[in-house]
Design a protein around this ligand. Structure first.
Ligand code: NAD
Ligand code: UD1
Length: 340
């Protein structure tokens, strides 16, 4: 069974391709290499023994996307990862974010409809919940107005998928709402490749531990949380990748109850920034220099997932302990060694 993975050389995509191939699926990736490079294919091949199919083009190019579908008529399902994802940058360049994230989804959906691909899994985000009034958040927690154009593209893509699935009974969609994906493959052959100064906590922290940066700024210690730092639900990227394989099987086996479903993909446990620093030090024996700085504008105080629905209905559960995840992130940092 052939799975079309958009954005498959990216961070989460590459880990998912590994899990798909290890489960016997054939994979064809499309990526424009805007935020990834071809070396990722070598990593995937070294881990799995199989080099996935790969084509380099931009999914906002409608004729190229249609041509791709017309040449691959045996696609059984799609996982759509391709998107721009830097929250701060999206505030500076809203048009680029809307154009890329919405047009690529619409082109992929048009291909799925025309060439009768029955299933699509979409990368959504817990960002759709914003700062929820009640924690943990369930899939029926109301979505909040997005804080950024990036977040808004996730909301809009979810809505596009809902509306299309409603009138296309032959197309089944699962939107996975990721919490905070972190870590790397235990082989240290693939991982996250942040461009320039990382915005996200774990890549910044591992670069501080590696001596590439002086110290980590802990953004705020005056939140209403036990230690004052903000709380997130950090999900291991391999656990997250496994959720996609399970979602694909659910679609292929027709087990979905509706033709449009959402699942929270997190651990169900919230950890503060200071707890993450301590867990990293425990897991690796490496000290992390940090300093408390003011809150980062736009940050929410706390969020973590209620994963009951994913556990019971999808049959998926996070399994990698946080220390192991952080050790893998550290191994990966030592492997890449420097910034891109
Ligand atoms: P990533 O940037 O590592 O991977 C995305 C890939 O898509 C990149 O390789 C990029 O080159 C490619 N791409 C982007 N636009 C494209 C286009 N128009 N045509 C072809 N290729 C294109 O990002 P990631 O962290 O792996 O995220 C994957 C998905 O998960 C994204 O949709 C992202 O919004 C979503 N997501 C990520 C996180 C996170 O923390 N990483 C959290 C929630 C949701
Ligand atoms: C951010 C995005 C979210 C996106 C996710 C993808 C914002 C507001 N949200 O989530 O939409 O889906 O990335 O990974 O940007 N922190 C520090 N110091 C740092 C970096 C981060 O203290 O140098 C703290 C943050 O304040 C936050 C936590 O660490 O409390 C996690 O931050 P980060 O990794 O950037 O993810 P989010 O902000 O949760």
């Amino acid at each position: 069974m052939k799975i079309f993975v958009t954005g498959g050389t990216g961070y989460i995509g590459s880990h998912t391709v590994v899990e798909l191939q290890q489960e016997g699926f054939e994979v064809i990736i499309v990526d424009n290499l805007f935020n990834s490079d071809l070396g990722v294919l070598d990593g995937i091949e070294r881990i799995t023994g199989t080099r996935p199919g790969f084509e380099c083009f931009d999914l906002t190019d409608a004729p190229a996307t249609r041509d791709f579908f017309s040449r691959h008529r045996d696609i059984g399902a799609i996982i759509h990862f391709a998107a721009l994802k830097a929250v701060g940058e999206s505030v500076e360049k809203p048009l680029e974010y809307y154009a890329n994230n919405l047009n690529s989804l619409m082109n992929v959906l048009s291909g799925a409809r025309e060439f009768r691909v029955p299933g699509l899994v979409f990368s959504s985000s817990c960002t759709v919940y914003g700062q929820a009034a009640v924690l943990p958040v369930t899939e029926s927690t109301p979505r909040r107005e997005a804080e950024s154009p990036y977040g808004n593209t996730k909301m809009m893509c979810e809505d596009i998928l809902r509306d299309v699935a409603r009138v296309e009974p032959g197309l089944n969609v699962i939107a996975l709402r990721y919490f905070n994906p972190i870590g790397a493959h235990p082989s240290a052959l693939i991982g996250e490749l942040p461009l320039g100064v990382p915005n996200n906590l774990i890549p910044f922290l591992t670069q501080v531990a590696a001596g590439i940066r002086d110290e980590l700024s802990v953004f705020g210690d005056d939140y209403d949380t036990p230690d004052g730092s903000a709380i997130r639900d950090y999900i291991d990227v391999v656990d997250l990748a496994r959720a996609h394989v399970i979602a694909i099987r659910r679609l292929l086996e027709g087990k979905n109850e509706r033709n449009h479903e959402y699942f929270n993909i997190g651990t169900g446990r919230g950890l503060s920034v200071l707890e993450i620093i301590r867990a990293f030090e425990r897991a690796t024996g490496v000290k992390v220099r940090y300093r408390i700085t003011p809150r980062r504008p736009g940050d929410i105080e706390k969020v973590w997932a209620d994963t009951t629905w994913a556990n019971e209905v999808l049959g998926w559960k996070a399994s990698v302990p946080i220390e192991e995840t952080l050790r893998n992130a550290w191994k990966w940092q030592q492997h890449v060694g420097r910034e891109r």
